[in-house]
Design a protein around this ligand. Structure first.
Ligand code: CA
Length: 231
């Protein structure tokens, strides 16, 4: 695998470089956000290992700018601590996975292989979760190749769920994705919107993808990830 590592801390950078090379990866490195962005937009990599705290442009900016520029290289974020807010924010902006420092190299390599595989169905920023296909640029959604007609807010919600497929997305994060940082609608509006989406995305199909995680939020499940989840 060709991996780009963007990390400003020299010892951590060296550790990552050597560890990944020992696992048969070809490693390119960048030590700040601007250099990282330049390399990531100029060259193709199988995956990017991204630190969050970086000079010039932080990891959040970087992943957002890469996705805005249509770059689909999978991104694994490294977080210093197990901060839920950091993780949610990073995944929300388009990162594919995260690991908390310290980490083990065998696990890091496995995770990188996994996000590299799952991203191949996402050419040109398109998302494919089981038979649900989403084109964020053209705002087209299909399930089992049949068009699903969604309103603007329904689309925003489906996209937020799809970008985190297999993970529960907290209610406040979904609210923010659909209605912005200071929603004028009440919390019940989210349930109304979810019901509307269920009617269009799930109702015609046997396999229900949208799962309620009681007291927390909602999750988009694909069949492989659905084991043990009750609807
Ligand atoms: Ca750092």
């Amino acid at each position: 695998m060709k991996i780009l590592v963007i990390e400003d801390e020299p010892r951590m950078l060296e550790l990552l470089r050597r560890g990944l090379q020992d696992h048969d990866c070809t490693v390119t490195v960048a030590q700040d956000g601007l250099a990282g962005l330049e390399i990531a937009t100029t060259y193709e990599h199988d995956a990017i290992v991204l630190d969050i705290g970086l000079p010039y442009r932080d990891g959040y900016d970087l992943v957002r700018m890469l996705r805005e520029r249509g770059r689909t290289s999978p991104v694994l974020m490294l977080t210093a601590r197990d901060s839920e807010d950091e993780i949610i924010r990073g995944l929300d902006l388009g990162a594919d996975d995260y690991m908390t420092k310290p980490f083990s190299f065998p696990e890091l390599v496995l995770r990188l292989q996994s996000i590299t595989r799952s991203v191949r169905g996402r050419e040109n920023g398109k998302l494919l979760i089981a038979d649900l296909a989403i084109d964020p640029v053209r705002r087209i959604v299909t399930r089992d190749r049949k068009p699903v007609d969604l309103s603007r807010s329904e689309f925003a919600l489906v996209l937020a769920l799809a970008r985190n497929a297999g993970r529960c997305v907290p209610r406040h994060v979904l609210m923010e994705q659909v209605w912005g940082a200071n929603p004028v609608v009440g919390i019940g509006a989210l349930d109304v919107l979810i019901n509307a989406i269920r009617g269009k995305v799930d109702a015609p199909f046997e396999y229900k993808m949208i799962v309620t995680v009681r007291g927390e939020g909602y999750m988009l499940c694909c069949p492989a990830a659905a084991t043990g989840v009750h609807h």
